[in-house]
Design a binder for this molecule. Structure first.
Ligand code: FES
Length: 215
């Protein structure tokens, strides 16, 4: 699969929220005092991203400024500060590769290499078919299940080069995929099963077989 680096960003000329999103905006605004509409800027940016192929064009930020009665520059400031907002087109699957120390110690370099080799693109690029974008990110807060990645809204954890490639193939073909641990670990439970609070673990039906075996 070849690669294409997105250089010139084609900005759409107009943006309108869908009817469903306008209804959501009404509900979001109801949470804030009427003279504090700007407080809703982050959820509205998120709505744009979900409506507009996972990225936020400039005209949409202008529309948010109009709805929230705030200066356009303030919307731009928020959108450019947080990396979760994409300000240029990305693939259908935005793959965020965590390479911070705990993930790195557990093999994130192998995960990055597996993605780059399998998709034929480098970090920062989008595959030619528009399906995948690779980006490197700082700690996503799931270090205990390292190495891990985020794909759109979901986390995939306990990765190896092999299960990472399987995951990419399942994303490509649209097959069902298991979110979370790719080795079947429940939550952030120790690999060998619970070692403390076992009665709570039993109640939660966590790795009961292993607990019983150990006794
Ligand atoms: S270092 Fe990767 S999730 Fe924290």
């Amino acid at each position: 699969m070849g690669s294409v680096a997105i250089k010139k960003i084609e900005q759409p000329k107009s943006f309108k929220f869908s009817k469903a999103n306008l209804d959501k905006i009404e509900k979001i605004l109801a949470k804030y005092p009427s003279n504090q509409k700007a407080s809703a800027v982050m959820p509205l940016l998120d709505l744009v991203q979900r409506q507009h192929q996972n990225w936020i064009p400039e005209v949409a930020m202008e529309e948010i400024a109009r709805i929230l009665e705030m200066p356009r520059i303030k919307v731009f400031e928020v959108a450019t500060f947080y990396t979760m907002y994409n300000l240029k087109p990305v693939g259908e699957y935005l793959i965020q590769l965590c390479t911070t120390t705990p993930c790195w110690l557990c093999g994130s370099a192998d995960i990055v290499k597996a993605c780059e080799d399998h998709l034929g693109i480098k970090v920062g690029e989008t595959s030619k078919d528009g399906k995948f974008t690779l980006v490197e990110v700082e700690c996503l807060g799931a270090c205990v299940n390292a190495p891990m990645i985020q794909v759109n809204d979901d986390y995939y954890e306990d990765l190896t080069a092999e299960n990472m490639i399987e995951l990419l193939e399942h994303l490509k073909t649209g097959d069902d995929i298991t979110v979370g641990s790719q080795t079947g670990r429940t939550g952030s439970c120790a690999e060998a099963g619970p070692t403390t609070l076992e009665s709570h673990a039993k109640k939660a039906k966590i790795k009961m077989a292993e607990i019983e075996e150990d006794k």
